[in-house]
Design a protein around this ligand. Structure first.
Ligand SMILES: Nc1nc2c(ncn2[C@@H]2O[C@H](COP(=O)(O)OP(=O)(O)OP(=O)(O)O)[C@@H](O)[C@H]2O)c(=O)[nH]1
Ligand SMILES: [Zn+2]
Length: 192
């Protein structure tokens, strides 16, 4: 990421909106914004290989479903570069004897959210990455998120949230399993 270019652009942006980039409170703003973008867009510099070699563990017996739920995330909408944020629930049905380190699921969420994006793509990319890494017998991903571009501008509707989901394999075929996943996660957007 070109830190110096971001700083220059932010300085120009401040001037363009009618601000004075030399006033005390704004002096370090270009550097701060550049540093912030390094963080919130950090997965732009990452390659698919970075997550492809996550360790897969072999266990003697596998559960029906592994569910990591209520995982908070922040991302930036690609239309306005304003935040959208909420919770993701990710479940898979292990195939054979294979499971993945639990922490890798939130790491995968970072991988798909730390760049300009859309909620739909975050949802399907999460499922696709997990499929690529672990190749499980089924995947369920649900995301509930608030979009500041709909709350603080434009349509100006504060408090609404958007739900997206993706189900594959066993979660599509087995209605009871899907119901169990939805029941386990049903309150996870309550504090949005
Ligand atoms: N599908 C989808 N749309 C999104 C997401 N984040 C923001 N948007 C929408 O992207 C759209 C961009 O629409 P445009 O008409 O090009 O932009 P705009 O004039 O700023 O639109 P308004 O927000 O309606 O004022 C808006 O409808 C946003 O609500 C997302 O994650 N998924
Ligand atoms: Zn937006």
């Amino acid at each position: 990421m070109d830190q110096q270019k971001i700083e220059k652009v932010v300085r120009d942006l401040l001037i363009a909106i009618g601000e004075n980039p030399h006033r005390e409170g704004l002096l370090e703003t270009p550097q701060r914004v550049a540093k912030m973008y390094q963080e919130v867009f950090s997965s732009l510099k990452r390659q698919p290989e970075d997550v492809a070699n996550y360790k897969v563990f072999h266990v003697s017996d596998v559960p029906e479903m592994v569910l990591v739920q209520h995982i908070p995330f922040y991302s930036m909408c690609e239309h306005h570069l304003l935040p959208f944020f909420g919770y993701a629930n990710v479940a898979y049905v292990p195939k054979d004897d294979q499971v993945i380190g639990l922490s890798k699921i939130p790491r995968l969420i970072d991988f798909v959210t730390k760049k300009p994006g859309m909620q739909e793509r975050v949802t399907t990319d999460l499922a696709a990455e997990l499929q690529r890494i672990l190749d499980p017998a089924g995947i369920a991903v649900t995301i509930s998120a608030r979009h500041l571009c709909m709350e603080m501008r434009g349509v100006n509707k504060a408090g609404q949230y958007t739900y997206t989901d993706k189900f594959t394999g066993r979660f599509k075929e087995d209605k009871d399993l899907k119901r169990e996943f939805l029941m386990q996660t049903r309150n996870n957007h309550a504090d949005l």
